[in-house]
Design a protein around this ligand. Structure first.
Ligand SMILES: Nc1ncnc2c1ncn2[C@@H]1O[C@H](COP(=O)(O)OP(=O)(O)OP(=O)(O)O)[C@@H](O)[C@H]1O
Length: 408
């Protein structure tokens, strides 16, 4: 049973002791915070592995609210009975008058944007897309059953764990909505739960219908829309939100129109993401934000080549009317039933031992020395316009392609 949004964690997360940790490098910098790779310099345990620490300055009421909310979501995801393999948990947190800091497990494979960009033609094969989309569907399904709309799905927010499985990150734009009342909303189709005994390699967990993508379209990084309120936020029934949030190429028509939105915004964004993984570019990108938004509202996505199960999935997710969009009635169950996922053993996803890309192990070289996160924060605070020192920046993550996986 899912805990209610107000369920307390089974054990309170620890206080992050900044005196006992050192940062090894900067993993990423977003609009609100800086994420460090850190390790515990006090712990004598040989098993203490590096973790990620996000530091968010209390620079405005909105950053304060969003950081508090992100910690709250992570706290809920850390409740024993509510953990999900494709979502992070909170390891520890700390609040000072100037900032919030919190620790989550380190994802050594970097993000999906970098991984996609590193492919020769900037696209994934349909079997790789199937693997990532299946895991993302499960993560979104879990959030939705908690009553949380994620609202910021994009490649930059999908991290690759050391195991090669995905983790969603960045919950500051997510929103608590009333859980769907329809009784069968999240009931999986029993026929999708298939024989557990077969191989644990993902290549055998799915149908071998990989069709090669032949486009070589260029990849661009999507820009985040400032979370501004288009209209006064109102929750008439608690089921819809009117705030205008997201990343412009990923924003759904209902958000642009300011109609109010619900969980269907995540299924729209999943359609954009899947398209981007297939073609290397998002479907509605224009020369300006205005043109992008016009395309989102008016233009149908273009598909090169013959229609197939993958384009069918994307087409159904990119339906402009949220009430006719795939997932709007029975949630993830509707998506899991599509032909593109035929043969996927949803209950075995985490047991796939050979995901498409496995990060190279770099833990050994990482756990020596480091710098003080607070000193780094102070330096940035006193020189606000200066960029973070470049040597601290993370080099592009290197993943090894999992050769057996790409065979089918
Ligand atoms: N657990 C993690 N392991 C490895 N890298 C991480 C982790 N968490 C975050 N990162 C890196 O840091 C980047 C920024 O993280 P995050 O998106 O949480 O920050 P943000 O300030 O909220 O960004 P945004 O502007 O998108 O809101 C990510 O894109 C990723 O590259």
């Amino acid at each position: 049973m899912e805990p209610s949004p107000s369920s307390p964690p089974s054990s309170p997360p620890e206080i992050l002791d900044l005196d006992s940790i050192k940062a090894l490098k900067i993993l990423g910098k977003g609009a609100t915070g800086t994420v460090f790779l850190a390790h515990d310099v006090v712990s004598t345990s040989s098993s203490s592995s590096p973790f990620a620490v996000k530091l968010v300055p209390k620079s405005s009421a909105s950053s304060l609210r969003r950081a508090r909310w992100e910690i709250e979501v992570l706290r809920r995801l850390s409740v024993d009975s509510n953990q999900n393999p494709f979502l992070p948990r909170l390891l520890a947190s700390f609040e000072s008058p100037e900032y919030f800091a919190w620790a989550v497990p380190y994802c050594s494979g970097g993000d999906l944007n970098v991984l996609l960009h590193r492919q020769n033609d900037g696209v994934f094969s349909s079997s790789v897309i199937r693997f990532y989309v299946a895991e993302i569907v499960c993560a979104l399904e879990h959030l939705h059953t908690m009553g949380i709309a994620y609202r910021d799905l994009k490649p930059e927010n999908i991290l690759i764990q050391q195991s090669g499985h995905v983790t969603l990150t960045d919950f500051d734009l997510s929103r608590s909505l009333k859980k769907p009342l329809r009784p069968h909303f999240y009931q999986p189709d029993p026929e999708l739960i298939i024989d557990r005994k077969k191989s644990r390699s993902f290549s055998r967990l799915i149908s071998p219908t990989a069709e090669k993508n032949k486009t070589g379209l260029k990849k661009t990084r999507s820009a985040r829309v400032n979370p501004i309120n288009r209209r006064k936020t109102s929750f008439s029934s608690g089921e819809r939100s009117n705030s205008f949030v997201g990343t412009d190429e990923y924003v759904s028509p209902e958000v642009i129109r300011g109609d109010g939105h619900d969980f269907a915004v995540d299924w729209w964004a999943l359609g954009v993401l899947t398209y981007e993984m297939m073609y290397g570019e998002t479907p509605f990108k224009g020369k300006s934000k205005k043109e992008t938004f016009r395309n989102v509202l008016m233009k149908e996505p273009e598909f090169a080549g013959k229609p197939n199960d993958l384009t069918d999935l994307i087409r159904r997710l990119l339906v402009k009317d949220p009430n006719r969009r795939l997932g709007c009635h029975r949630g993830a169950a509707e998506i899991k039933e599509l032909a593109f996922f035929a043969g996927v053993r949803w209950d075995l996803l985490t047991e796939v031992l050979r995901p498409p890309f496995i990060p190279l192990r770099d833990d050994g070289e990482l756990t020596v020395g480091g710098f003080d996160i607070r000193e780094h924060f102070e330096k940035l605070r006193t020189t606000p316009s200066s960029a973070p020192p470049s040597p601290l920046r993370s080099p592009p993550h290197v993943c090894r392609k999992n050769d057996p996986f790409i065979e089918f």
